[in-house]
Design a protein around this ligand. Structure first.
Ligand code: ATP
Ligand code: MG
Length: 180
């Protein structure tokens, strides 16, 4: 499993549609300060369902939508698509290629789709959590995050391990079922 394509449109500084085509292995993003390198990482977290505005380095969720520049008006929506190669079947879905899309409008919430079919955030989370890419986004290690792990309580640390092992999904399902 590897990321094949990441496309951003109206997301942060990427006003026009911008696509990155990736190969298996390591990818480096280089560029001057403020050119949008971290925005690419934010897009990755966002399309996978990130719900925390702070994690996305903003004050509110709408801050991910292109806010306009001197020569370009703000946009009304942000859209990010992530295409994952699934020929090894790491994602529990019967497709060799999986595209997750998230769209957000300035006046409303987010819409999600898997391979073009609208779905819930929960579906995206469950699809990814089986592969160890979880809701808590521990696959993305941001600056200062190592500190968080080192300072975690035993319960939080257990959560990291459960997420990595893919059992967190089942615990969340059990919690949801018990609440009903
Ligand atoms: P550094 O090397 O300093 O870490 P970087 O390449 O990681 O820089 P980013 O933090 O990704 O840079 O990008 C910052 C830029 O993105 C800023 O110029 C900021 O104005 C712009 N930006 C962030 N959010 C938006 C938005 N909603 N609309 C337009 N531009 C935005
Ligand atoms: Mg940066």
């Amino acid at each position: 499993m590897y990321v094949k394509t990441l496309t951003m449109k109206g997301f942060k500084s990427f006003a026009s549609a911008t696509s990155f085509k990736l190969e298996p292995g390591i990818t480096c993003v280089v560029g001057p300060n403020g050119s949008g390198k971290s925005n690419v990482v934010d897009a990755l977290a966002w399309v996978m369902g990130e719900q925390g505005a702070k994690t996305l380095r903003g004050g509110k969720m709408e801050d991910v939508i292109f806010a306009g520049t001197a020569g370009r008006p703000p946009l009304g929506r942000a859209e990010v698509s992530l295409t994952i190669d699934n020929t090894d079947g790491a994602l529990p879905i019967d497709y060799t290629e999986v595209t997750i899309r998230r769209t957000m409008f300035r006046n409303g919430g987010s819409e999600y789709a898997i391979n073009g079919t609208p779905c819930r955030l929960l579906d995206v989370q469950e699809l990814l959590s089986d592969s160890g890419i979880g809701r808590e986004m521990h696959v993305i290690v941001g600056q200062g995050q190592l500190d968080t792990i080192l300072r975690a309580t035993p319960e939080e640390r257990r959560g990291f391990i459960e997420e990595a092992a893919g059992v967190l999904k089942h615990r969340k399902r059990k919690e949801r079922a018990l609440r009903k």
